[in-house]
Design a protein around this ligand. Structure first.
Ligand code: SF4
Length: 277
């Protein structure tokens, strides 16, 4: 997604450091995400504020985020913060606003620990401050196929740029992890696909990695079928069965788990893996 094709709106937030199921807290400086991934489950967050707009085509910028956070860190117990949970903190507009960078500085200054997750090479800009704090730096990679990534994650950095980013973080002594997924059934989940991804992260030497499946929350199935209709119409029925027929679903994910576990074992990576499927 081109930065210029995204509609931006400045808003004020009342709170930023919010309780999260993923960690003690989560921070999101943006509502919406310019990366526009077709499988993104975070689209539920804007179902009332942007009911008729396509996910990835709008972003609300919480321009007072650092000021609100600076007040909150003085009042709330120190804990681990997920940066971010329903947007990418380093999506294209962050280059101009620096909101995520400012929030990261505040958190680390007040001794919060931070877990990041991004698909953007822009995060490389902020590795300097991460290297001085307690940060677990994560990068998502779903495929090594640049063309496919450009379709399913149109606004994000190319897969190799993300791997390079992980490598740079690692070389700076930052704790790193890779988030592998979602892998799309029958499109990017072959043994060859999985081996390629795991070999790439092995080479980098990430401290740990997770492998995940698609989370079919609000709006994901329509977005996924729109993608399938355009690029893989022959797979629509298969996908329906995999996601909505209990027996097919169980068989598919059992096979997927076996395939991923065997590959990780073969590469000597199984002790660093968390399989979330
Ligand atoms: S980068 Fe993350 S938050 Fe942004 S659209 Fe993709 S999956 Fe959603």
């Amino acid at each position: 997604m081109e930065k210029s094709s995204i509609r931006y709106r400045k808003i004020e937030c009342k709170s930023l450091l919010n309780k999260s199921g993923l960690s003690d807290y989560a921070i999101n400086c943006y509502s919406g995400c310019g990366h526009g991934c077709i499988y993104c489950y975070a689209r539920f967050v804007t179902r009332y504020t942007h009911p008729r707009e396509d996910w990835g085509s709008f972003v609300d910028i919480k321009e007072n985020a650092p000021q609100v956070l600076a007040r909150e860190v003085k009042k709330k117990p120190v804990g681990n913060v997920m940066l971010s949970s329903v947007c990418d903190g380093w999506q294209p507009i962050e280059k101009d606003t620096l909101l995520t960078r400012q929030c990261l500085e505040i958190l680390l200054h007040y001794r919060y620990t931070v877990s990041t997750l991004t698909k953007s090479a822009l995060a490389g800009r902020d590795l300097d401050i991460m290297a001085d704090g307690d940060v677990d730096f994560g990068v998502t990679v779903t495929t090594l196929d640049e063309k496919l990534a450009g379709i399913i994650e149109p606004g994000a950095s190319a897969p190799q740029e993300r791997l390079d980013l992980l490598q740079t973080a690692k070389s700076k002594g930052i704790k790193t992890y890779a988030f592998i997924g979602p892998l799309l059934p029958l499109i990017s989940d072959s043994e060859e696909d999985i081996t390629g991804l795991l070999k790439a992260i092995k080479e980098i030497g990430v401290d740990s990695f997770l492998v995940d499946k698609i989370n079919l929350r609000y709006g994901v199935w329509p977005a996924l079928t729109k993608f399938l209709r355009q690029y893989h119409p022959d797979l629509i029925d298969e996908y329906r069965k995999i996601y909505f027929d209990a027996a097919t679903k169980a068989a598919y994910f059992e096979g997927f788990r076996t395939k991923v576990s065997a590959t990780a074992r073969k590469l000597g990576l199984d002790d660093r893996m968390t399989l979330c499927t």
